[in-house]
Design a protein around this ligand. Structure first.
Ligand SMILES: Nc1nc2c(ncn2[C@@H]2O[C@H](COP(=O)(O)OP(=O)(O)OP(=O)(O)O)[C@@H](O)[C@H]2O)c(=O)[nH]1
Ligand SMILES: [Mg+2]
Length: 440
């Protein structure tokens, strides 16, 4: 899959970070540990870590002169292939650093783009990553052009050459972006057609920070075999499976791409359509790694959900990996989040604490009960001339009673309010509601 990658292959990485006064020490510690996981997910090795604490950024080289020297020495001494900077750098700063350090320099955005490129499997994910890469490159070519322009200032002829080449590259990228967008739209249309076929089901989406265990929980709940890895962004595509054969309406569960703090905006745009599955959900299971920095992860998830206009959807918080936290921490979390569910998706290997109650099975029941609690029973009438719509009603709800009377087909049906809205939308005035919320 390496052909998807934009930057040169590297293995031995040096992580560097500028600690500015607006960030706390624990924040920096978490950032370094996340960058280490990102490097590892890309198949790289972390050879060293260098942090500079400073009150301001150097506009040209980002880091101070002394630190640059130290970084350069480390690169030589430890045969570093790439410097990974966990800050957002301008294109010019990256170029200057590469020149002075004589080494490949990637910022956080580039590292994440590389992981997405490496892990893209399906056509849709590949198209999206190509688009994100092209969008990332476009303004950087401008930066490169400015850079060349200044360097060769005054020498008209050669200035023209660089400028022309950059302009050609820009045109190529613009053309490619338009082409990719058209292809993505086509894939989206196909997906929407499939989605329409499934709208009668209740939809649950697993959402949350990358590596929280979403795919593991999905596998446990649906007996599937989705890729699970101790890597960030193992999942880039949404996968949907039936939660249970028997329940009516049917409940579908979808696994989705994980969230991360400061997701590069090129990727937010590219993955917006993949994440649209979240917006259509009736319930979100927010998976949180109980052993990690939960506050930051919850905040990031909330921000992404806000961005996706999915904040109005009911959320059930699910703390995963309780097998690797202390009993004290578990008790504290249970106290802090009384509404949440606590689970270990790897329960087979989990021999302590609460495993004697099959936690994953309890989670499945919890999902079904969530919908049961919201069920409403209504009386409706369908005219005989619209009887072909009966199958939709059976699909979208549980039909408790059906009578074929002179005035039409009278039914007592039970489903969630959202499905009544969808029925109304689909059947228009073809059915009449006689009595609302019978058991209220
Ligand atoms: N100890 C422990 N590890 C778990 C548990 N659930 C998942 N894991 C591990 O956590 C890692 C990530 O799991 P995934 O299911 O791939 O996580 P994800 O949220 O789908 O991650 P992305 O798709 O990369 O966003 C894997 O190494 C899993 O084996 C759990 O309950 N306990
Ligand atoms: Mg996953």
């Amino acid at each position: 899959m390496n052909e998807n990658r934009l930057f040169k292959n590297w293995e031995r990485a040096l992580i560097v970070l500028l600690h500015l006064p607006n960030r706390s020490t624990s924040d920096i510690k978490n950032a370094i540990s996340e960058m280490t996981s990102l490097t590892y997910s890309l198949g790289g090795k972390v050879i060293g870590k260098i942090i500079q604490t400073r009150t301001q950024i150097d506009p040209a080289y980002f880091f101070g002169k002394g630190k640059i020297k130290e970084i350069k020495n480390t690169i030589k001494r430890k045969s570093v292939d790439a410097v990974l900077v966990d800050n957002l750098l301008g294109p010019k700063q990256i170029q200057n650093l590469e020149k002075i350090l004589e080494c490949e320099v990637l910022d956080r955005t580039q590292v994440i783009l590389e992981i997405f490129a490496k892990n893209a499997r399906t056509r849709e994910a590949k198209l999206q990553i190509y688009l994100a890469q092209s969008q990332y490159l476009l303004p950087r070519l401008v930066g490169l052009w400015k850079h060349l322009d200044r360097e060769r200032g005054g020498i008209g002829a050669s200035r023209g050459t660089g400028e022309k080449q950059i302009e050609k590259d820009r045109q190529y990228l613009r053309h490619r972006i338009t082409h990719l967008k058209t292809q993505i739209e086509r894939v989206e249309r196909e997906r929407n057609t499939q989605k329409r076929r499934r709208t009668s089901c209740l939809r649950v989406s697993l959402v949350g920070y990358t590596n929280a265990g979403k795919s593991t929980i999905m596998n446990a709940l649906t007996n599937s075999n989705l890729v699970v890895k101790d890597h960030l962004f193992a999942t880039l595509d949404s996968t949907t499976r039936l939660l249970e054969e028997e329940s009516r309406p049917k409940v579908l569960l979808s696994d989705t791409v994980g969230f991360i703090d400061n997701l590069p905006h090129e990727l937010v745009a590219a993955f917006r359509s993949t994440l649209s599955i979240i917006r259509d959900a009736d319930l979100l299971l927010q998976i949180i790694d109980a052993s990690e920095n939960i506050e930051k992860h919850i905040k990031t998830s909330e921000n992404v959900l806000k961005d996706l206009e999915a904040r109005a959807i009911p959320i059930l918080k699910v703390f995963n990996k309780i097998d690797i936290i202390s009993t004290e921490r578990l008790l504290l979390l249970e106290k802090l989040y009384p509404e949440a569910f606590f689970v270990s998706a790897l329960q087979g290997e989990f021999l302590g604490k609460k495993n004697k109650y099959d936690l994953v099975e309890k989670l499945r029941k919890k999902i079904l009960i969530f919908f049961d609690d919201r069920m409403q029973t209504r009386r409706i009438r369908l005219d005989y001339k619209n009887s072909q719509k009966l199958s939709s009603i059976y699909e979208w709800s549980k039909v408790d009673k059906i009578e074929f009377q002179e005035e039409g087909i009278l039914m007592t049906v039970t489903t969630i309010p959202g499905n009544f809205d969808r029925l109304r939308h689909d059947l228009g005035d073809k059915f009449t509601e006689l009595q609302q919320n019978i058991n209220a």
